[in-house]
Design a protein around this ligand. Structure first.
Ligand code: NAP
Length: 326
């Protein structure tokens, strides 16, 4: 049995220790809260990969998704339901985050920019420290590609918030070619011989993750290492898949006529044809060093990317007939 004084002393030491630990926890929660990073569209491919990369480095993450059951399993990440189309769901998602990666959502050109504006306005209400927006190379009100015009409008909405921001203008993804060849192995569209600086989703995700963690501000093109014509792209995919693939140029009008036969929505036809027309206009032909500058890795070329992720080529190996936009 301890003498009474000794017992009181030990109790006090215990209490002081407990208070110290509690204060440390409060400070850690505060620090973590202040450094919380938000990623929207969490079940999407860029978001998933960016979240995994940031989680590996120990960042505190909040993942916003319209479908929490489809959210990626990321250790320690908070998952919240949020939809740009339902502004009331966005306040909780954007609350107390230091930086937010707003992944452009899906929708009709024009309507989509309004959805992004909802997200930016939620960021303003929550006083988010920095917003990173995933845009498209060549974003301009005069672009041939409807989504580029839409991204340009989104960028204007973001700038108008007055919040600090970084815009990452991704080149067209190399991955888009997996859906561009028809059953005969032909990719048709009015891109002519103009080149595009196509980027892999992996490099887009690495760059988005690095920028979210340490936002530089400004507007940056995020491209692959080289600018390629579609004929060259088809040759390189042929070598990778062992399938005879080729590019056949056509006029914008014949492209529209061909697609109208199987697609009723005229805006979808405009997207599919506009994708090629933007390339033809040289909107996406310049390479940039953003991947290396921010992610500290050289961007992957076609062969390096699909060697790293060979499963992606499966869809191209199996003949398919589908045109899509981005
Ligand atoms: N540069 C290009 O060539 C290219 C190609 C394709 C796409 N993109 C653009 O780049 C973005 C990221 O690419 P990705 O490959 O990761 O696309 P993805 O896999 O299709 O993911 C996009 C995600 O956006 C989220 N989203 C859609 N509507 C939303 C809404 N109303 N509110 C909130 N989130 C919404 C969805 O996430 P939840 O279901 O989890 O909510 C969806 O998974 C795409 O959204 C698209 O805008 C660019």
């Amino acid at each position: 049995m301890l003498p009474l004084n000794e017992s009181i002393l030990r109790k006090e030491r215990f209490n002081i220790g407990q208070i110290f630990v509690q204060r440390c926890i409060v400070i850690m929660v505060l620090i973590t809260g202040l450094n919380m990073l938000l990623i929207t569209g969490a079940s999407g491919r860029i978001a998933r990969r960016a979240a995994a990369l940031l989680a590996q480095k120990g960042y505190s993450l909040r993942l916003m998704t319209r479908h929490p059951q489809q959210a990626p399993a990321v250790d320690g990440a908070e998952v919240v339901r949020g939809d740009f189309a339902e502004p009331a769901t966005l306040d909780g998602a954007f609350a107390e985050v230091s930086a937010a990666l707003v992944i452009s959502g899906s929708g009709k050109p024009g309507e989509r920019a309004q959805l992004h504006r909802n997200a930016f306005e939620a960021a303003v209400r929550a006083r988010v420290g920095h917003v990173v927006y995933l845009s498209l190379q060549g974003a301009s009100p005069r672009s041939k590609y409807p989504y580029s015009r839409d991204h340009s409008l989104s960028e204007q909405y973001l700038a108008a918030t007055g919040l600090p921001y970084t815009v990452l203008r991704n080149a067209f993804y190399l991955d888009m070619f997996l859906e561009k060849f028809d059953v005969e192995g032909v990719m048709r569209g009015p891109a002519n011989e103009t080149r595009g600086a196509f980027v892999s989703r992996e490099d887009a995700a690495r760059t988005a993750a690095a920028v979210l963690a340490n936002p530089p501000g400004g507007t940056h093109d995020v491209t692959g290492p080289e600018a390629l014509s579609l004929a060259e792209v088809a040759r390189r995919f042929s070598a990778l898949t062992g399938r005879q693939l080729r590019y056949q140029s056509e006029s914008g009008e014949s492209g529209r006529e061909r697609l109208r036969k199987r697609e009723e929505a005229s805006w979808r036809v405009d997207l599919a044809v506009g994708w090629f027309e933007a390339i033809a206009a040289g909107e996406l032909e310049h390479t940039s060093d953003a991947v290396f500058r921010f992610a500290r890795k050289e961007p992957l070329n076609i062969e390096q990317y699909f060697t790293l992720f060979p499963e992606l080529l499966q869809s191209l190996r199996l003949a398919q007939d589908e045109d899509s936009g981005s």
